[in-house]
Design a protein around this ligand. Structure first.
Ligand code: FMN
Length: 222
């Protein structure tokens, strides 16, 4: 796929076909993505690719905890406040997705059911966890992890796969470590739900918006 097309056509996929993702395809995605830039070429990333029964066991454990309303304790803290215009974009995005799903604002149970489904990786047959070592919870590492996470999504698209980066899959990192048999020094940044898009599904009809370039850029000297 042409690079500019991939950059503009990638979007979060939130409904998947049951068709599995093979280890070969996942490896090929990571082979390409590992060429992402990083601070001083430190490459502060490691991955866990999970599918099949291990994925089911993990997502069920996370969903059970989420369903019990256990407060999350992610390794990467979530922003608590946003400037008003950023918050408005966040609200717009949620409203747009819920509208595609036919979920109304007051339908709290259906919204919660959506969050539970999100906790189960939207039914994706694979998750790529992006991890980093303890002590590296610093801005530049997060910058590097962001770069490679996007590259994974683009490489997935080139393979005909859909993806959704999910903070939701990293809400309970202790469970991720327990179920994936990872040491305590392994910190969880995000999970990327990965699979073949169910193109007709309502969730996948949603396309988020972007601010126009003129609003974001100050031009000087060109
Ligand atoms: C760090 C990060 C965490 C995210 N977490 C979630 C998540 O938990 N659930 C979800 O449905 N989407 C999640 N997203 C996807 C964003 O909502 C999405 O990228 C954004 O709305 C722009 O839409 P697009 O990806 O379709 O272009 C996350 C994205 C990023 C970068």
């Amino acid at each position: 796929m042409e690079l500019m097309t991939g950059l503009t056509q990638r979007k979060s996929i939130r409904a998947f076909k049951p068709e599995p993702v093979t280890r070969e395809v996942a490896a090929s995605i990571l082979e390409a993505a590992r060429w992402s830039p990083s601070w001083g070429n430190t490459q502060p990333w490691e991955f866990v690719v999970v599918g099949g029964e291990p994925l089911k066991r993990l997502t069920e454990a996370m969903a059970a905890r989420f369903n019990e309303r256990v407060p999350p304790n992610p390794d990467v803290p979530m922003p608590e406040t946003f400037p008003d215009d950023y918050r408005a974009r966040y609200m717009d995005c949620a409203a747009g997705l819920f509208s595609c799903l036919g979920i109304k604002r007051e339908e709290k149970d259906r919204r919660f059911a959506h969050m539970l489904h999100m906790t189960r990786a939207y039914g994706a047959p694979a998750i790529i966890y992006v991890t980093f070592k303890t002590g590296l919870m610093v801005p530049y590492t997060m910058f590097d992890l962001g770069a490679i996470t996007h590259a994974i999504c683009l490489a997935a698209l080139a393979h005909g796969l859909g993806s959704c980066i999910e903070a939701q899959l990293a809400l309970y990192p202790d469970l991720v470590r327990q179920y994936l048999n990872l040491p305590d020094i392994c910190k969880i940044a995000v999970g990327i739900a990965l699979g073949y898009a169910d193109e007709g599904a309502p969730a996948n009809t949603f396309r988020s918006s972007r601010e126009p370039v003129e609003k974001l850029v100050k031009w000087l000297g060109l």
